[in-house]
Design a binder for this molecule. Sequence first.
Ligand SMILES: [Cu+2]
Length: 579
Amino acid sequence: MDMQDSRGVQLPRRRFVQGLALGGVAAGLGLWRGSALAQAGVQRSELRGNHFELEIAELPVNFTGHRRVATAVNGQLPAPLLRWRQGETVTIRVRNRLAVTSAIHWHGIVLPADMDGVPGLSFGGIPPGGEYVYRFTVNQSGTYWYHSHAGFQEQTGLYGPIVIEPRDGERHAVQRDYTILLSDWTDTGPETIYANLRRQSGYYNHGKPTVGDFLHDVGRNGMSQALAQRQMWNRMRMDPTDLADVSAATYTYLLNGQTPAGNWTGLFDAGDKVRLRFINGASMTFFDVRIPGLKMTVVAADGQAIEPVSVDEFRIGNGETYDVIVEPAADRAWTIFAQSMDRSGFARATLAPRDGMTAAVPPLDPRPLLSMADMMGAMNNGDMGHGMSHDMTGMTMDMPGMPPMSMAQESHAPALKTGPEVDMRVATPRSNLNDPGVGLRDSGRRVLTYADLHAVDTPISPRVDREITLRLTGNMERYRWSFDGTLASEAGPLRLRYGEQVRIVLVNDTMMAHPIHLHGMWSELESPEGEFQARKHTVVVQPAQRVSFRVSADAQGRWAFHCHLLFHMAGMFREVVVA
Ligand SMILES: [Cu+2]
């Protein structure tokens, strides 16, 4: 399969998925400074101490055979790893050498509002040629990251890892410790991608069912069921392959700034315990991560220690981080395999005892299809419905040509209106956290779920003074995303009183998973029964799911609260004011 890049040049698909072996930052400059270091498993750049000098500038890169210009920090993509120590005060001077305003946001770090780095809230952004000095005390430890919060600069490369050493030393002793930053690179300008999505929301969905898929369904399920399914999706003007707005036809997935062909490698000695600090710094891609043949012990989520849980695989949403420990015992190599949720491509790296060793790269899993459970939530008394069902009870939709709903169905959801901003509502969302999500339910692998996350410490406050429900809404046809059917630009801020304890309930009325990120304060994830699970900064809400978390409004100022899918952020965004 070939596709056209933005200038109409035909590129082989393989080159997009695999990338160039020596692609990236230095290839664009005609030399490859990073290779030796990266191959030796050393972070390409690591800065430590209390004082940091960062410079944002354009940088030529080449990941697919075409030269492009990235946005980089200190000439690097990803930006340098920053190592801090809990309890210390850090000073970071950021100079902006771009022709446009820039800004760095410290994702997941609890700090004063004017240090948070979101232009237009408690900070004006860093003007072209200007600088901004961030200074704050680091009160937490763990794995975090930083990225631009201006325009689409995150998509063009402005992101980097942060590791904060705990005051009392690491909870789990390891011999090797690597950050694994996943991202999605595109040769197409992000403004162009966004404009295309706004014009036609399925613009980048190359996985729509074909006549061949239909015949396959007929063979498997019989003609009448295949027809019924096809007719159902058509009537709803939806598409069961709508798992990602942008796929590997457009993206090359990177791991620590290297393409799959580039194969970032981390070294170990047999018997080492290796900590891998996974960060999803992608703009639009959820990854499913596994290391075939190795169990992963998850020890932290979003920087916060959890009771260790052993899994084969985990899904990581945009903005989330997971620390895992692996113990590669033998003198052989292992592949770190991170396939995109829509199974269109993958990022890849290798753990090896010696440089140059590789292991098999597994094939991509079959492309999953959204099930009715992903649209309707709780069906048939909470049955999760692994597979398709024609029971339409949990759903309220704007469906011309569909018979009117029965009174019983109406009574489920009298308040759920559709309209220009909202083309789908879920009347009976499910609230269980133990569903790994579409494509992972029947993999035969032990997959991490939010039900597995149990913090090692207690919530900031057990009290709940007030409950706020927000619905995650959208109009897929128009590529409009919103909270409660209201665009950020038309909604007032969400006001919290300083010191109050709020339960925020998110109900997802769309067919996509949304990673919802609150700045400045923790989101304390709860079980369906309201019990504290884990402290997070980014909470993924699956399609047709209800998720709740507690917020202690202990940080005054103006904060951002938004979906971390970059192209959803314009609409699915609220200012939160704590005063
Ligand atoms: Cu979203």
